[in-house]
Design a protein around this ligand. Structure first.
Ligand SMILES: Nc1ncnc2c1ncn2[C@@H]1O[C@H](COP(=O)(O)OP(=O)(O)O)[C@@H](O)[C@H]1O
Ligand SMILES: [Mg+2]
Length: 238
């Protein structure tokens, strides 16, 4: 599903080149639920953005859903993001001037689905995330947990096989955070959607089957739940 091969990301700063990611290798299989953990500034969001085609590596290769991202044109990359990946962010990133239904329909409209298709798909998604009755509401009228569920419905609209979530519970209280994690787990277990979730919350990471720890742009640990001796090369050689 996801191959990250010798991937580095360098930002040119006034003070010189800064390596946000240093020569990383990761393989994530279809249907895995992976948490990416690590201190603030360690490169977690940068990695997620590369996987989702929001940004490009400075060197190395990314293959996602069978697609070599390096080879895509800007236009193809946009299509890749819209159709193959569902993004979920800490601050929901819903459009405030659009209703819940319109927010969820964004990628469907962009992909020129018919009105009837959009209507039935949005209805189904609203049901899936438990937001019946909220179709015509504006996001600001909803609780944080509800807004995040709208964001997840929007992410699922094009039926992606991959969800990338960056601190999806970061702005939520305990109860709402647990609900969101449960929804992600359910999508992962019942629909085999691959989930890669950045979090610095140990409790959130517990929802995942595998935890990758990144520090200063490098993977320092990679372990699967219930599997002993599955440390990554990086950590076993450290
Ligand atoms: N566009 C950018 N330009 C310069 N530096 C950046 C940029 N994006 C991220 N960084 C730097 O790269 C490092 C990793 O950032 P990030 O991936 O956002 O970390 P995390 O998500 O783990 O907190 C940080 O030091 C950050 O300041
Ligand atoms: Mg981040």
């Amino acid at each position: 599903m996801i191959f990250v091969q010798n991937v580095s990301k360098v930002f040119s700063l006034e003070s010189g080149d800064f390596f946000a990611l240093k020569n990383n290798n990761i393989h994530i299989r279809k249907g895995e639920f992976v948490a990416i953990m690590g201190p603030s500034g360690s490169g977690k969001s940068t990695l997620l953005q590369l996987i989702g085609g929001l940004d490009q590596p400075s060197s190395g290769k990314m293959i996602v859903d069978g697609i070599p991202l390096n080879d895509l044109t800007e236009k193809e990359r946009t299509l890749f993001r819209r159709t193959r990946v569902g993004f979920v962010f800490q601050n929901y990133q819903l459009l405030p001037m659009m209703t819940v239904a319109e927010n969820i329909a964004l990628s469907l409209s962009a992909n020129r689905a018919s009105k009837a298709e959009i209507k039935s798909r949005v209805q189904q998604l609203i049901k899936d995330v438990n937001l019946e009755g909220k179709e015509s509401q504006f996001p600001t009228k909803l609780s944080g947990g509800q807004q995040q569920r709208v964001a997840i419905a929007r992410a699922l609209a094009m039926k992606p096989q991959l969800i990338l979530a960056d601190e999806p519970t970061g702005n939520l209280d305990q109860k709402n955070g647990e609900d969101i994690l449960q929804l992600l787990s359910q999508l992962n277990k019942e629909e085999q959607i691959t989930v890669v979730m950045v979090t610095h919350d140990q409790q959130a990471a517990a929802a995942a089957d595998r935890i990758i720890v990144i520090r200063d742009g490098e993977i320092v640990n990679d372990r699967k739940k219930g599997v002993v001796g599955n440390e990554s090369m990086a950590s076993s050689m450290a």
